[in-house]
Design a protein around this ligand. Structure first.
Ligand code: ZN
Ligand code: ZN
Length: 169
C-alpha cells in the first residue's frame, strides 16, 4: 500500500498534504483522478487553501471561461462535422446549378466561421442542432449561390422565411 493510505480496523485513512497527517477518509472530498479517488488535501485544508487563494482562483476561473469559449466552438465543429455541412452545401449547390443561377463554390464551414452561432434573421443564439444556411436573397428573387448571399440561421427561422416566399410565389 502506498504511504498515503492506511487501513485500521477496515477503516481507511488518507494522508493530507495540507496538515500533513493521516485523517479518516470521510474528511476528504471525492476526486476521480486524485490519489485513491480523493483530494490530496482534507476538506478543512482545501477550504483554507481556497480562502487564501481566492483572488488567484477567481482570475483562473475567468481565464478558464474565456479559454473554454474557443474550445466550445471547436467542439461544435467536431460535432456537426464536415459531413452535415457538406451535405447542405452540395444540395444547395446542385439546386442552384439546376436553376441556372450564378454559382460559386461555397464552403459552408467558412460561412459558419464567419457568422458564428448567431442567426441573421432573429439575431439569437443558435443551438448547434438547429443550424441552417439560407440564401439571403432567394433564387426566385434573383439571388445567387455565392458566399456573400449565404448566411447562417435557425432551421426554424429558415422555414418561416421559406413559407413567406411560397406565399408570394
Ligand atoms: Zn488537512
Ligand atoms: Zn433565428
Amino acid at each position: 500500500m502506498s504511504r498515503d493510505k492506511i487501513i485500521i480496523h477496515d477503516e481507511s485513512y488518507l494522508w493530507c498534504n495540507g496538515c500533513e497527517q493521516y485523517k479518516h477518509v470521510t474528511c476528504f472530498a471525492h476526486k476521480i483522478d486524485g490519489p485513491h479517488g480523493y483530494n490530496s488535501r482534507c476538506k478543512k485544508c482545501r477550504k483554507e487553501y481556497n480562502d487564501r487563494h481566492k483572488e488567484q482562483i477567481k482570475v483562473y476561473q475567468t481565464q478558464y471561461d474565456i479559454d473554454s469559449k474557443d474550445s466550445k466552438k471547436e467542439y461544435y465543429y467536431v460535432r456537426f462535422e464536415q459531413k452535415r455541412f457538406d451535405y447542405m452545401q452540395t444540395s444547395a449547390y446542385n439546386k442552384a446549378v439546376k436553376l441556372g443561377v450564378k454559382v460559386e463554390f461555397v464552403n459552408y464551414r467558412e460561412i459558419f466561421e464567419r457568422d458564428g452561432l448567431t442567426c441573421y434573421l432573429c439575431e439569437q443564439y443558435i443551438d448547434p442542432n438547429d443550424i441552417s444556411f439560407d440564401h439571403v436573397i432567394p433564387f426566385s428573387k434573383g439571388g445567387n449561390h455565392t458566399k456573400s448571399n449565404i448566411k447562417i440561421c435557425h432551421l426554424s427561422c429558415n422555414k418561416l422565411k421559406g413559407s413567406d416566399i411560397l406565399w408570394e410565389g
